[in-house]
Every structure is written in C-alpha cells, then in structure tokens.
Design a protein around this ligand. Structure first.
Ligand SMILES: Nc1ncnc2c1ncn2[C@@H]1O[C@H](COP(=O)(O)OP(=O)(O)O)[C@@H](O)[C@H]1O
Ligand SMILES: [Mg+2]
Length: 480
C-alpha cells in the first residue's frame, strides 16, 4: 500500500501501455455527471515510440484518473468556482471513479487521493505527478499531446496528455502569473522559476508552431555532492580530491561544458570546498545554486518589464557585488560582457571566484571569453585581454555529456600564463574514450598527463594534502 493507498493488484490490472489511449475512460466506468463538458475532440495520433519505465504504477493510475477528470470536467468553469465547491466537486468525481474502478479504498485513502488529485487540478495539472517524482530531472512538453521526461540521462516519452492547447496554455499562464510575469502573443517566450526552485521556459504561438512548448529543469532537493558524482562515474576520487583542494586553495575556476552537461551541478559540488568563514556572493539569471555556507548573498538578474525598461543584467550585478566586500564571487554562467568584470574580480583580491561557461573544450572556453569581452566594446587590446584571462583564471574543468547520456569530467586543465600572445594551458587529468559498445555505452579511462600542476605548491603552503602518486600517467585512476 503506497502513498495513495492504491493496492498493488489494482495497479497491475490497469496498465497504461503505449498502444492504449491512457486518457480514454475505462469502458465500465460510470458517467460523470456534474460539470460535465461536451465530449472532447478525438485524440491526435499517438507519437511513435514505446513508453518506457514499465510496470503500471500508482503514477499510471493517477495519470489515468487525471486525464479522465480533465476530459469530464469543464476546467474553465472549474476555475471560477470557489475553493470549497471545487474541492467538493473533485472529491465526488474521484469517489465515483474509485467505485467504478472497484478500487479498495477506505475513507482516509479516498480523502488522500481526492486531495492529491485536487492539487493537481488547481496546481500544475497533469504536470504535478511528474514534478513530484524525484527520479525525473527534466520535463519537456512539446504541445499538449507529447510530454517527455529525462531520468538518469535518458529521455522517455510519457503517457501524460493535456486536453488541448488551451488547457496547456492555462497551466503555462498559471506558472508565469505565479511569478508575476506574463506570456502572450506580444511576448511569447518567458523564463520563470517555480516556487520549489525549478526553472521553466515557456514558448507559445506565434513562435511555437505546434502548440505551447514548456521545458522544466527540476530543482533537485538534494544537490549532487562530489562524492555522489564520483559514485556516478563522473570522475575518479583522485580527480575530485584535486579539484576540491584547488578550490580550497583559492584557485579561480571556470567550469566549461555544453547545455545540460552538468556545469551548474559541478560548480555547486565544488563550492563545498570553500570555508565557512568566507563571504560569498552568487550571481545568476535564475537562482539554482545551493551553497551550503552560512554566509551567502544571492543576487539574481531582472528581465525588462513590458515596456522594455528596468532590466538589470549580470554585468551590473558583478560590479555591484564587488562593492559588497565579497571574498569570492560565484557567477552561475558567464554569457556576455560581465566576463570582463568577473576577470577583474579574480585579479583583484577575489581569487577563488568561480563561473561556468558554454564551450566544448578548455581552449574554446578561453576563445569564448575573449569574444564576450570584445563584444562589450571596451578599449582593450587582444593582448591585454589575454593577459587578463591568463592571470585571472587558474583552472578550467571541462564537463561533457557523452553519447550514452553519462556525464564526465573530461579535462582538468591548468592555466599557466602567457607565451608570446597565447594563453598557456596544460591538461592535468583527462578522460580518454577507448571504445563504444554496440548498445552505445561509451568506455574510457581517467589518467593524469604526468604534468605536475603549479597550484600544488599553493595547496601545500595551505596544508592541503594531496597524493602525488595520482600524477603518475601510467596509473589508470578510474575506468568505465
Ligand atoms: N555526473 C552526473 N550524473 C548524473 N546526472 C548529472 C550529473 N551531473 C549533472 N547531472 C544532472 O544533469 C542535469 C543537468 O545538469 P546541470 O548542472 O544543470 O547542467 P548545465 O549547468 O551544464 O546546464 C541536472 O538534472 C543534474 O542533476
Ligand atoms: Mg547550468
């Protein structure tokens, strides 16, 4: 008996397989009378592909009940009822359903099921069960009839459906209104953050052609720690230890990678190395970092209002942060001309500051920084710019999402200075792919390159121990 009191046997008798329309009422179900709306339009063809995740669960039952309620209720009318009436209405429909489905539920079970269904109806609708499922990282809605989720790095098509685009739009509106934003034809794209910290991007007509598209990056309640990342095979302990020591020794670090490669996750995990005595200022477009230190000031950018005014960008926040006496500045992602101010911070007593950047390898990360600074239109020569970069940044860590969905730290690279007009860098640890299985699994090994990082001296000065044997290039530090 689980959270909603649904007996397992019942769950097993109501499979929601890919071949069946999960929204269709069970054939023997009693008609739901009150608030009934005209019959819904026929469902569009099912998208191809198996729904994974197999045995039918409480989630399936709730999704089915949910789709059924959506079909039977006139949601627009429901929105106008007051809370008590709405609750009563939903409760009675749930009771009808349970009776028709011959669910063995006692009064308390029924109350609980009714309450959770009610929350779904007035909250984020069919999305609620997905939001509550902690094994899901991302929810991707492509119009009302196609909802994918990402679990453990893999995309799965779910049986979740909205009644139609209007239903989906109502939910999108509920999300953005909840954070004081709006979405309509004149402003068809919105970024928002849910109450629980999850990030949402919504795009509607006219830019989204096949119905509203919503991408939700769920807020993980328990952020991944370095130990957990090691456990997941993202890097061996020897590499984690080194990065931890470097951050502790105030080596300014840039984490580079593609979208969804795990940059923010690693930044968050590495931040655990910072001492609790330091004052930290975080700057983000949408706050997702969850630093564990007691002394953290969080700043967030503000988009322009409907008249295009009042925007506050990262650059202004970085400048302001420097007047707030930080020990370190943590910039969620450097995207534009704030790059220059961030480098200055790193060069002027805020060593150990950190940021992430969107790039495919450490060398490209440097190139992107140069571009960002150049676009800021500052009167600074390319040489001076590179000099700034070389003296500001101590370490670049490259993260990558491999073809099999696994995320790995592929390079830990040290910046050692300038030679002529080129920023000098040397890899300390790398992940080298060896081969790929027929099923797509990528294999490879982590090794040191044999170069001894310069920052090891600083680590030693600060009494941070590190096992030098890990720099032996003949040793495989970890394999997958
Ligand atoms: N090593 C890892 N193993 C498994 N999942 C990971 C790993 N690193 C990150 N994730 C998950 O991947 C998703 C994207 O990570 P995130 O750090 O937000 O990426 P980015 O900042 O590069 O866009 C998150 O849901 C996160 O929990
Ligand atoms: Mg990120």
């Amino acid at each position: 008996m689980g959270r909603f009191g649904l007996p397992g046997a019942q769950a097993a008798s109501t499979p929601a397989s890919a071949g069946e329309n999960p929204a269709a009422p069970a054939p023997h179900a009693a008609p739901l009378q009150s608030l009934a709306s005209p019959p819904p339009p026929p469902m569009p063809p099912k998208p191809a592909g198996q729904v994974k995740g197999a045995p039918p669960s409480q989630l399936d039952i709730r999704l089915r009940l949910h789709s059924r309620l959506i079909e039977e209720l006139d949601l627009a009318k429901l929105d106008k009822l007051d809370e008590k009436d709405m609750r009563r209405e939903v409760m009675s429909l749930v009771a009808d359903f349970a009776r028709a489905e011959r669910m063995a539920l006692n009064t308390a079970d029924l109350q609980e099921l009714g309450a959770s269904i009610y929350d779904e109806m007035v909250g984020l609708g069919p999305l609620e069960p997905l939001l509550k499922d902690d094994s899901i990282n991302d929810i991707l809605i492509n119009g009302p009839y196609q909802v994918y989720v990402e679990r453990r790095g893999e995309l799965e098509l779910t049986p979740v459906r909205f009644r139609d685009n209007d239903h989906l739009l109502r939910i999108v509106n509920r999300i953005v209104a909840g954070v004081g934003r709006r979405i309509d034809e004149s402003q068809p794209m919105v970024d928002a953050r849910l109450q629980d910290g999850s990030r949402v991007n919504a795009a509607i007509a006219p830019i989204a052609i096949d119905g509203a598209c919503v991408s939700i990056r769920k807020f993980s309640k328990k952020p991944l720690t370095l130990e957990k990342l090691v456990g997941l095979g993202a890097m061996p302990m020897a590499v984690a230890d080194f990065m931890h020591g470097a951050v502790k020794a105030r080596v300014s670090t840039v984490i580079s990678g593609g979208t969804g490669s795990g940059k923010t996750t690693l930044l968050n995990a590495l931040s655990a190395a910072i001492s609790h005595g330091e004052r930290l200022i975080t700057i983000e477009d949408a706050a997702e970092l969850q630093l564990q230190q007691p002394h953290v000031v969080r700043l967030e950018t503000r988009p322009p209002n409907i008249e295009g005014k009042g925007e506050i960008r990262q650059r202004e926040l970085v400048k302001n942060a420097l007047r707030m006496r930080p020990d370190r500045v943590i910039l969620g992602e450097v995207r534009a001309d704030e790059a220059f101010d961030m480098l200055q911070a790193m060069n002027t007593g805020h060593e150990g500051s950190m940021a992430t950047i969107h790039a495919n390898n450490p060398r490209e990360a440097i190139g992107r920084l140069e571009q960002m600074i150049a676009m800021g239109g500052l009167a600074i020569s390319p040489d001076a710019m590179r000099q700034q970069i070389a003296s500001a940044i101590g370490m670049i860590v490259q993260v990558m999402r491999l073809a099999d969905g696994k995320r790995k730290i592929t390079h830990v690279t040290e910046i050692t200075g300038m030679e002529g007009q080129v920023v000098q860098m040397q890899d300390i640890f790398t992940f080298n792919r060896t081969h790929t299985d027929a099923d797509g699994t990528v294999h490879g090994e982590f090794r040191a390159t044999g170069l001894r990082p310069r920052c090891i001296e600083e680590m030693q000065r600060r009494g941070i121990a590190y096992d030098m044997a890990n720099f032996d290039p003949t040793r495989v530090l970890g394999a997958s």
